[in-house]
Design a protein around this ligand. Structure first.
Ligand SMILES: NC(=O)c1ccc[n+]([C@@H]2O[C@H](COP(=O)([O-])OP(=O)(O)OC[C@H]3O[C@@H](n4cnc5c(N)ncnc54)[C@H](OP(=O)(O)O)[C@@H]3O)[C@@H](O)[C@H]2O)c1
Length: 299
């Protein structure tokens, strides 16, 4: 049995993870219980809990706001993981941290490999990359899981936004020239449990960065169409209210037509071969995960 310190339990991934470990002791902390901008609190809590493993899904994830709150984004996404890593190293514990497709600039024509050059094009991506580098510099057994387009039945995310807008509006315009893999928080949590069982932190060749997404790819436009289709399919048997937006009334627009404070990479596709080769783990397809999540929705 392991003692796991889990941060960010009110976030999408933290919430999904907190009930998944049936045979381990999990100390699950919210921002109120551990504010990751407070370095002394991080050190004190880790020393009190004395975990074997720290899992840190807490992060500053407001991509656009990060452009104007860069110091805060770096405090949570770079300094805090560094302190967690230092404290874990003192205890000879291991660390699992999460990172993002936004460490890449998106100019590659095919899916990114972990060995490809990073070049973040927004402040959030820079802060997450700084977190990766800080953990690596500490040199403890660690896994850095780069995921993408996270959504779930719980939390603030694209799925819930589309369902809300679909109920309110007759038509939508959704960006069609950014591609990637929508990844459910549930499938991330299930994958992390498999990883924790498969990982031997004493094996140095297992430490490092892994791409960790649902398989397959689509655009935000493709994702929104699948959400509406799946909703309409489930609505028949579940007596859900009809949406105003139909799939045919979702216009495919360009990134240029939907300007945001932070730039986004056009290509967010992450090749997950390394995860499969080292650990024999593969997350489900994004369509299957979407179906599973939507079956848990209630209206
Ligand atoms: N969301 C995505 O699309 C996406 C894409 C790629 C990678 N990732 C990465 O995947 C991981 C999990 O993301 P997620 O989607 O679960 O994020 P999320 O839903 O935004 O949750 C982040 C959590 O971090 C907490 N947090 C923020 N600042 C904090 C602080 N100062 N101290 C303590 N906790 C703090 C938040 O607390 P409150 O609940 O109090 O706000 C929230 O519970 C993160 O590392 C993220 O960078 C996410």
């Amino acid at each position: 049995m392991q003692k796991i310190l889990l941060t960010g339990v009110n976030g999408q991934v933290g919430h999904a993870l907190k009930t998944k470990f049936l045979h381990d002791e999990v100390i699950a902390l919210s921002r109120e219980q551990l504010d990751l901008t407070k370095v002394h609190d991080i050190r004190r809590v880790v020393r009190e809990v004395k975990p074997n493993l720290i899992i840190n899904p807490a992060a500053y994830t407001a991509v656009d706001k990060a452009e104007s709150e860069l110091d805060l984004a770096f405090a949570v996404n770079a300094t805090a993981p560094q302190i967690l890593a230092e404290e874990a190293a003192r205890l000879h514990a291991a660390l699992i941290n999460f990172s993002t497709d936004y460490v890449y600039d998106g100019t590659k024509n095919s899916a990114y490999l972990e060995s490809d050059a990073v070049n973040p094009i927004n402040g959030y991506g820079k802060s997450k990359l700084a977190g990766e580098e800080a953990i690596r510099a500490v040199g403890l057994p660690h896994l850095i899981l780069r995921t993408s387009w996270v959504y779930g039945a719980y939390g603030k995310n694209f799925l819930r936004t589309i369902l809300r807008l679909g109920a309110e509006r007759d038509s939508l315009g959704i960006v069609a020239d950014q591609c990637g893999a929508p990844t459910s928080s549930e499938s991330i949590a299930d994958g992390v449990v498999q990883l924790v069982n498969a990982w031997q932190p004493s094996l140095e060749n297992q430490t490092g960065v892994y791409h960790f997404t649902n398989t397959g790819e689509t655009s935000w436009h493709g994702f929104s169409c699948e959400i509406i289709n799946e909703y309409n399919r489930l609505a028949v048997d579940s007596n859900w209210p009809a949406l105003k937006t139909g799939v045919d009334s979702i216009a495919a627009i360009t990134t240029a037509e939907y300007p945001t404070p932070a730039a986004r990479p056009a290509n967010s596709r992450l090749d997950n071969t390394k995860l499969r080769m080292i650990f024999g783990i593969e997350l489900p397809s994004w369509q299957l995960s979407l179906q599973q999540v939507m079956q848990t929705l209630t209206y």
